[in-house]
Every structure is written in C-alpha cells, then in structure tokens.
Design a protein around this ligand. Structure first.
Ligand SMILES: [Fe+2]
Ligand SMILES: [Fe+2]
Length: 263
C-alpha cells in the first residue's frame, strides 16, 4: 500500500499546487491513500468546511491539522455537523487527538481502502506549544482501541526532539510517524528498526518566497521592532512537500519512505 502525505497546505498557492500536481503524483507513485495537513489552507490561518471539502474533492482522503485549527470559528460548526454521523465528510477532518476531552472534532479517523483497514492519528506536541494532554500517553490509549494494522500518525510539533522521541516511542506499533508544523522540510526520512517510517518534518506546501508562508517583510519587521502586525500570506516560489510511504498492508510495517519537493 502506498500512502502519500502532503505537508501543511498554505493558502490558495498551496491549494493550487495540490490541484495541479496531485493527479500526477497519484499516478506516478501508484498511491492508494492520500493524507494532507490542512491547518493553513484558509489564507494561511485555519481551514473552513468548504475548503476541507474542496481538498477532499481534489482526492485527499483524510485531512490532519494542528494549532491553527480554531482560527476560523466556523470549523466548530463543521465538526458539530458530523455529530452522530460516521459517514459525514467532516469526520475525515481531524484535529489533534490530545486536546482536552470534550473539544469539538475528532483526532482519529478509521477507514478502509481496497478492503484494507487503516487509521490516521493526529497529535500535537507540547514543547514550545500550548499545554495539551500528553501525546505519548494519548497515543498509547488510542492504539489499544484501533484494530487496523496500517496506522499513519501526523505529529504536529515545534521541537525536533519531541517528534523524534515520539517516532522512537511508536516504532514497531504504527506504519508512519511524520512531523508537520514547522513548514521546513527535514532530510532525515528513514524506516526505523521496528518498521515505522519517520520524518521530523514533511515541510510546507505553499509559498517558499516567505518566512514559513507569511510575507517575509512582515516577519523581518516583527523581528526588528516587535510591533504587532497583521500577517499576510505570501505567494511566490510555490512548492509541494510530501512523503510517500510504502507499507505491507498485512503487517502495517513500512518498507520505504521517500521525500518529495515539487515546484
Ligand atoms: Fe502549519
Ligand atoms: Fe502548526
């Protein structure tokens, strides 16, 4: 089974490059399942139900997110629209599973592809981020309940150490642990000894003529003067960052992880 994971889709430039390049990627890599982080899909800040469904229509099966999930308030209604309806597309939009109990939305999706059960888990780190529940122990808890062998984990976190520690912690128990959030791709993709594919950060799908997606002049000014300012999404040098994980669908263990950066 080949799983394509696309890193943080940032604004319209990110959505457009996904639209342009996804069909070719699916063909070229014989992709069976497409997962993407969409926390920055709406102008760089959050995602709406309409944008989530646009991304589903482009061929993305499951969307993960992170700390920007609540930026567009209407996403709460979108999650609530799926209450009690397992088949609503809103169930395929995730927010981190280790948020406080009772928050809107879900942190895990369980589906089937070509008769193979799979699960997607979204977690958020705690180092240099909001103090959510422990992602390590929440992962343990979730893995007790998931029956699928193919389990894909998006760890949305700032610190490389926390992501790598989670990778080792889950090695041999899940198919892949991939990092998102920093918007900077790392070159450390590998299959760990237990058969878990790992990368610290997949990288952003969006404008690289920027500072992590935002117009660079605004971020430079912030560093120079510390004045509050509205951040605007950049538009130039758009790239798509992703990984393809090839796994054995019987055991759920990864054979290979390849990193991609498309212009
Ligand atoms: Fe992001
Ligand atoms: Fe983030």
């Amino acid at each position: 089974m080949n799983i394509l994971f696309i890193g943080d889709i940032f604004g319209r430039p990110g959505r457009n490059i996904v639209k342009d390049r996804l069909p070719g990627l699916v063909k070229e890599h014989a992709v069976d399942l497409v997962i993407a982080n969409g926390e920055n899909a709406a102008g760089g800040f959050g995602i709406t139900g309409a944008l989530a469904e646009d991304l589903f229509d482009l061929g993305i099966d499951v969307i993960t997110t992170g700390n920007h999930i609540w930026d567009k308030r209407e996403i709460i209604d979108y999650f609530q629209s799926a209450d009690g309806n397992q088949h609503s597309p809103a169930r395929r939009l995730l927010r981190p599973a280790n948020y406080a109990p009772g928050m809107p939305g879900w942190g895990v999706y369980e589906g089937r592809r070509n008769d193979v059960p799979y699960a997607v888990i979204n977690l958020q780190g705690r180092v240099f981020m909001a103090a959510n529940d422990d992602p390590f122990r929440v992962a343990d808890q979730l893995l007790k309940e998931i029956r699928a062998k193919v389990i894909f984990v998006d760890v949305h976190a700032e610190a490389t150490s926390e992501k790598l520690a989670l990778g080792w912690y889950l090695d041999g128990r899940v198919t892949a642990v991939v990092g998102t959030h920093t918007h900077i791709p790392t070159a450390d993709q590998r299959v760990m000894p237990g058969g878990t594919a790992y990368i610290t950060d997949v990288g952003m799908t969006g404008p690289y003529d920027s500072v992590i997606g935002v117009q660079k002049e605004m971020i430079i000014a912030r560093f120079l003067n510390n004045m509050p300012a509205r951040f605007e999404a950049a538009t130039g040098d758009v790239r798509l960052c992703a990984v393809v994980v090839d796994c054995d669908e019987q055991t759920g263990r990864a054979r290979k992880i390849d990193r991609l950066m498309l212009t």
